[in-house]
Design a protein around this ligand. Structure first.
Ligand code: BG6
Length: 467
């Protein structure tokens, strides 16, 4: 392969607070939605209580990041460590923990890349305001973001307000919709939460630009490239609209400050138009992202609904993605192999995605998640031979190189994940890391960090700048 990655390309790796830190109630940390959801499954899989115990192992873990050669580390700050109830007193111990992490990264020449909200809304805000449904949560987030910018902005230049807003609004549990069964009420709540998250995003972007002049801020999108199941025009349209409803309505709002027509029509027809206040528009329009972060795991496949198909709103249909709006139906792509968890493996789809985002928004792109979730085997002599992960990462890095050759501006690549962590749905059974975390769902073991074969392979990739 010829040299295509720029010299300052940000090779890195990713994680998120609730999936890695543990210490879920130490040093005054408050309960989050992610904790709450994970405790419901404590009897069947690992939860957030210990996770990978990064909270107590961060020094050793950052030493490993240095050894890997990482130029950046994408991680999230737990809102509930900084403000345990989301909107009240600031917890100095939380600030101190992230100062230690950030300082250690900087000492090792690793650029901190921080997400402010990665699925872990303070649970107190759920109890008071039904989470993102309440406008109070928007302002609580703005305050939290400003506190982080003030405390860490002298050293952290790359920020993401939300991780995968476009995905979590479709997953009821993630947005604390637990007991409601009325689909209409759920969609109404969802639309309001989604809008409020857009507003919170915009307030954070504006504050970041005001408070940290040389900062860069952008959202992390859960990528969806949808292929039509056939070349029938109605299936092609279905595939297009699936991406519009899953991705572009949100990116348009984040970049241009308004929802596109098809999305406004949907909100009107479903009679779920969110409350938008006077003055919101100027906040939304002012907030311009500096980059788009792409989380890419799979592509999708869709076809048009037929007259007698029944697809209730939000129904899952055997794929990892699902038909949210009852407008089209998702299917497995017969031309692609899928992981055992149903994600279609498709490196060429990544090239398509990167080209699409670049052509639509002309913003630099960074991959902040991309990886293969699968069980790994620790051999008796303490090794993990994960050539399947190497194959996966290699083919996706090649897709990035091709996209760069196509003319896409890319600034970095961070696979998911730096180390094995709590998979959001499958605990420690499903592993993504370059570093093995020696624990299982049932037993904590010694939590030892073991470098997998993919660690050494990726170390070489970074050393040779992708060659
Ligand atoms: C992304 C999330 O959507 O997918 C991560 O940002 C998550 O938090 C990753 O871990 C993989 O999904 P899962 O369910 O296998 O953990």
């Amino acid at each position: 392969m010829k040299k295509v990655f720029p010299d300052d390309f940000l090779w890195g790796a990713s994680s998120s607070a609730f999936q890695i830190e543990g210490a879920y109630d130490e040093d005054n940390k408050g309960l989050s939605v992610a904790d709450f959801n994970s405790f419901k499954k404590s009897h069947i899989q690992a939860d957030t209580k210990v996770a990978a115990d990064f909270y107590h192992h961060y020094e050793e873990d950052i030493d490993l990041m240095k050894e890997l050669g990482m130029k950046t580390y994408r991680f999230s700050i737990a809102w509930t460590r900084i403000i345990p109830d989301g909107e009240g007193e600031i917890n100095l111990e939380g600030i101190s923990f992230y100062n230690k992490v950030i300082n250690k990264l900087i000492e090792n020449n690793i650029e901190p890349f921080v997400t402010l909200y990665h699925f872990d809304l303070p649970f107190a805000l759920v109890e008071k305001y039904n989470g993102w449904e309440g406008r109070e949560t928007v302002y609580a987030f703005e305050r939290f973001a400003k506190i982080c910018f003030k405390e860490f902005g002298d050293r952290v230049k790359y920020w993401q307000p939300h991780n995968e807003q476009n995905l979590i609004v479709r997953v009821n549990e993630r947005i604390n919709i637990y007991d409601e069964n009325d689909e209409y009420k759920i969609d109404k709540m969802r639309a309001q939460m989604d809008y409020n998250m857009c507003l919170a995003h915009a307030l954070a972007v504006n504050a970041c630009h005001e408070m940290i002049p040389d900062s860069k801020i952008g959202t992390a999108v859960s990528s969806s490239v949808t292929y039509p199941l056939t070349c029938k025009p109605e299936d092609v349209y279905a595939a297009r609209m699936n991406d519009n409803f899953k991705v572009y309505y949100m990116l348009d709002m984040h970049q241009y400050g308004e929802y596109p027509g098809y999305y406004m029509n949907y909100l009107k027809e479903r009679n779920i138009m969110p409350v938008m206040e006077e003055g919101d528009k100027s906040i939304l329009k002012k907030a311009k992202m500096d980059f788009i972060a792409v989380n890419y795991y799979r592509t999708n496949c869709a076809e048009a609904l037929k007259a007698n198909d029944e697809h209730p709103f939000g129904s899952r249909e055997g794929t990892v993605d699902f038909n949210m709006y009852g407008l089209f139906k998702m299917s497995m792509n017969p031309n692609l192999k899928a992981t055992e968890y149903g994600a279609a493996i498709d490196p060429s789809g990544l090239r398509v995605a990167l080209n699409e985002y670049w052509q639509r928004y002309h913003l630099p792109l960074i991959i902040t998640e991309n990886g293969l979730g699968t069980p790994d085997i620790l051999t008796e002599d303490g090794k993990v031979h994960d050539e399947y992960r190497i194959d996966y990462l290699r083919s996706h890095i090649e897709a990035c190189a091709l996209a760069i050759e196509d003319g896409v501006e890319m600034i970095g690549y961070c696979p998911w994940s730096f180390m094995d962590l709590l998979s959001s749905a499958q605990g420690f059974r499903k592993r993504y890391g370059l570093v093995y975390t020696n624990r299982t769902d049932d037993e904590l073991l010694d939590l030892k960090r073991i470098k997998k074969d993919s660690f050494y392979w990726y170390q070489n990739v970074i050393k040779n700048n992708g060659l």
